[in-house]
Design a protein around this ligand. Structure first.
Ligand code: TYM
Length: 335
């Protein structure tokens, strides 16, 4: 990484638990890339987090390399930013253990994602699922991140990471930097195309509910044509119009327009025209990313080198924080 000590630090991560969706892109990955101008950026593929639900091992390995490729295809430049796989850097699991010992059970019990996932994976409510936000806090705090580009669904976890940092600093002063969330104005919470009361998710069993970042143009346009809306006709935001509100938000995020501009653009036109326009705008955004992704997937040696270099650099940075924490909490240091 080209480290500039005057720049602040951006850290974030994504799980390799399925092909990332339009929600992952608009809520997070797009900002990961945009922040490279202003920040020293550090981004990880959170494969340890993915183990909290059952994964097919060979698939997980493939998706992890694909996630590296996709991050680069979205504009993360490995010569400028640090990109690595979480399990390649042992400090993450180590700091998570220490933080566990300073995180009250009650705080973790309040996490809505834990409650949701305990219901959707009722046959496998494991300790990792419960502890997941502490590992996430370790990811962030190891790098002294100033900002964390995330979608709205990770806000509660970020708040917990902040609480952990503040509490720890209260006992052992000046160890952690307290991070701020960084969320986009539009696209922070992209909703399902089939049930707009639910978040768009890569683990949804209905593929028509989400747009995968690797869907082709026809599939994307078809999914938007089928998007569930209300019985109205006017392209306007409003109460009880979750479907249209979501499509307006997506269109704004894809084209860089404001909701007022979009409403003016589609005044007098119906939902059909609008859905087609949203589908085409999204396809235009995702097509070059998919092309670059396909090209990079043909160069496994390059992707593995990015992982190796990223892991080396990440270990260097994060070990400094971990050593400081070990010393503060009283673990014996020997040469
Ligand atoms: P994950 O893999 O579920 O999602 C990656 C990023 O995409 C955002 N996102 C969305 N944004 C808008 N609309 C949606 N429908 C949508 N779905 C997902 C998420 O908010 C996230 O920013 N726990 C994290 C990964 C993680 C992490 C971290 C993030 C591990 N360690 C440290 C930040 C900092 C997760 O599962 O994200």
């Amino acid at each position: 990484m080209e480290e500039n000590i005057l720049k602040k630090i951006s850290f974030s991560a994504i799980q390799p638990s399925g092909t990332p969706t339009l929600g992952n892109y608009l809520g997070a990955l797009k900002n990961w890339a945009a922040l490279q101008e202003e920040f020293n950026c550090i981004y990880a593929i959170a494969d340890l987090h993915a183990l909290t639900v059952r994964q097919e091992p060979a698939e997980l390995r493939k998706r992890t390399l694909a996630a590296i490729s996709l991050a680069i295809a979205c504009g993360i430049d490995p010569s400028r930013s640090l990109l690595f796989v979480q399990s390649h850097v042992h400090t993450h699991a180590e700091l998570a253990w220490i933080l566990n010992c300073w995180t009250p059970f009650g705080e973790l019990s309040r996490m809505t994602q834990f409650k949701d996932k305990s219901q959707s994976h009722a046959d496998n409510v494991n300790a990792g699922l419960f502890d997941y936000p502490v590992l996430m806090a370790a990811d962030i705090l190891l790098y002294n991140a100033d900002v964390v580009p995330i979608g709205n669904d990770q806000k509660q976890h970020l708040e917990l990471a902040r609480n952990i940092a503040v509490r720890f600093n209260g006992i052992f002063p000046d160890v952690f930097r307290v991070p701020e969330p960084y969320m986009p104005k539009q696209g922070a919470r992209v909703m399902s195309l089939q049930d707009p009361a639910k978040k768009m998710s890569k683990s949804d069993p209905n593929p028509n509910s989400y747009v995968s970042m690797l869907d082709d143009r026809d599939t994307i346009v078809r999914k938007f044509k089928r998007a569930v809306t209300d019985s109205g006709a006017e392209v306007r935001r409003g109460e009880g119009k979750d479907g249209i509100n979501n499509l307006i938000d997506i269109y704004c995020a894809a084209c860089g327009k404001t909701p007022d501009e979009v409403e003016r653009e589609f005044a007098g036109k119906g939902y059909g025209d609008f859905k087609l326009a949203v589908g085409e705008a999204v396809a235009d955004v995702l097509a070059p990313i998919k092309a670059e992704f396909d090209r990079l997937m043909g160069d496994k040696a390059y992707l593995e080198k990015v992982c190796a270099d990223g892991a080396d650099a990440a270990l260097g940075v994060s070990s400094r924080t971990l050593r400081k924490v070990y010393k503060k909490v009283g673990l014996l240091q020997i040469k």
